[in-house]
Design a binder for this molecule. Structure first.
Ligand code: GDP
Ligand code: GDP
Length: 437
């Protein structure tokens, strides 16, 4: 199996390394929160830009103090930096150059690989003047970015992949196959007591499936693989659902952390909501995080049989209000207890996974955009000159435009793409580039 090119992220604590990492992944799954011991951000993840996969390694935490740096560099982090094909030194532009930054820069100047200084927290143009001070690091012109808001990160990724060594296609396919072998991973998420276990057991029972457990990717997680009519499905982190005496899920906070980890390893999420309680704020927050992770969602309104007509209307109304950002995600009304509606689940899963993996030829993308612009031209002469689907999983479209496109117009174009290519059930990403800029 080919090794992926390595991009190492370096920098002292709090400059925004995790935020950047999550931004590059297009997801906010690793929780950036000051709760020691509760979450551990992933330090090594596979990312992809314009179809080019690479390994993103956060070497953070290796600088303990400002002095005697060499001694404190852990072997592991040092190795990651030595193995890297590109190194990103993240600096907090609002703070400026600290002694620690300067020492690290000195270390990095001795390397043979491209090193970029990222001036982070440049949230708007008024902060751009801050970056020139960072020239003193002796690593060339800093790239201004805002990891938090995504400013400049697309351009940064363009720079990175231009510097990565080519991975032969054969090897890339090989590594994909090693990983998944076509098994689709599903996360079953929702607040405690909404009916996840009941549903899970029904899914297993109903299919009379061959069921086997396998160790999950994270510690004490147990995954269950079930053969279904749409092929094998891997249900991620089902430990709590299989056991008779269930492990205490603890606070909603912990179950959320756990759920997000499962989502992270999944191709699609089933978000279970207890319809008798309506769509709660906690459901909303969970949905936002799952959606933010770029994971397609099928919403299940469970315990539906307990609701009368009025209440059903209320819940559907709430759904539109509180989960509007899920767009056209499939919503199924089910009863895990009686089995009602559960048969619609697998087809819905299949649709949403298909949409998620869609790849559309560039010519067709451009046809749709051209027609959309003929029907409704952009305001003030704004025009998309060329468009392409840069990536799948989820479908990501890059639009090259002559000027900034207003958000409302971008939403219009997004809608046209969704309708034309049947992408209603998946998150999609839209990126806009100013041509030449
Ligand atoms: P790390 O310790 O280097 O991984 O830093 P984190 O990613 O945990 O970020 C530290 C803090 O800086 C968090 O509160 C982030 O929200 C904040 N932060 C990160 N990037 C930006 C940015 O681009 N702009 C602003 N204003 N804050 C940021
Ligand atoms: P989990 O914590 O999300 O795994 O929830 P459970 O599957 O343990 O379900 C919590 C409670 O809701 C149990 O008492 C279930 O019997 C009940 N329950 C689950 N699904 C349904 C349903 O569709 N209808 C009704 N009436 N009760 C349900």
């Amino acid at each position: 199996m080919a090794e992926l090119p390595i991009v190492a992220i370096v920098g002292r604590p709090n400059v925004g390394k995790s935020t950047l990492m999550n931004r590059i992944l297009g997801q906010r799954v690793a929780i950036v929160e000051e709760k020691p011991g509760v979450t551990r951000d992933r330090k090594e993840v596979e990312a992809e830009w314009q179809g080019r996969p690479f390994l993103l390694v956060d070497t953070g935490g290796w600088m303990v103090g400002g002095s005697d740096l060499d001694r404190k560099v852990s072997n592991q982090s040092e190795q990651a930096i030595k193995d890297a094909d590109v190194v990103l030194l993240v600096v907090d532009a609002k703070v400026g150059v600290t002694d620690e930054d300067a020492q690290v820069a000195q270390l990095l100047r001795a390397l043979d690989v491209p090193v970029h200084v990222l001036a982070n927290k440049v949230d708007d143009t008024s902060h751009e003047a801050l970056i020139w001070e960072l020239m003193s690091l002796g690593l060339g012109e800093p790239l201004p970015i805002s990891a938090l808001h995504g400013r400049g990160t697309g351009d940064l990724l363009d720079v990175i992949i231009a510097e990565l060594p080519e991975v032969p296609d054969d090897d890339v396919e090989q590594s994909d196959m090693d990983e998944g072998e076509g098994v689709i991973s599903v996360a079953l998420v929702g607040r405690p007591n909404v009916g996840k276990s009941t549903l899970f057991n029904r899914l297993i029972g109903e299919d009379r499936a061959v069921v086997h457990d396998m160790p999950g990717t994270t510690r004490d997680a147990v995954d269950t693989v079930v053969d279904t009519e749409i092929g094998p499905l891997r249900f991620v982190d089902t430990a709590g659902m299989r056991r008779k005496s269930r492990i205490d899920e603890g606070t909603e906070y912990f179950s959320m952390v756990r759920a997000l980890k499962a989502v992270d390893e999944s191709d699609v999420a089933l978000l279970v909501i207890d319809a008798t309680e309506g769509v709660t704020h906690q459901d909303q927050r969970l949905a936002e995080r799952v959606d933010g992770a770029g994971c397609p969602i099928v919403v299940l309104l469970n315990k539906w049989e307990l609701l009368d007509e009025d209440r059903r209307k209320d819940v559907l109304y709430q759904l539109g209000q509180r989960l509007h950002f899920l767009g056209d995600s499939a919503v199924l009304r089910i009863s895990a207890l009686t089995g009602r509606g559960v048969h619609r689940l697998l087809p819905a899963l299949e649709d949403s996974i298909d949409a998620y993996h869609t790849r559309i030829p560039t010519r067709q993308v451009n046809d749709v955009i051209r027609r959309a612009q003929q029907a409704q031209p952009g305001p003030h002469g704004a025009r998309v000159l060329y468009a392409t689907q840069g990536a799948a999983d989820p479908p990501t479209f890059t639009l090259f435009a002559n000027k900034t496109l207003p958000a409302s117009y971008l939403r219009y174009l997004e809608r046209q793409l969704r309708e034309a290519f049947g992408l209603e059930a998946t998150p999609i990403k839209m990126r806009v580039r100013r041509r030449g800029g």
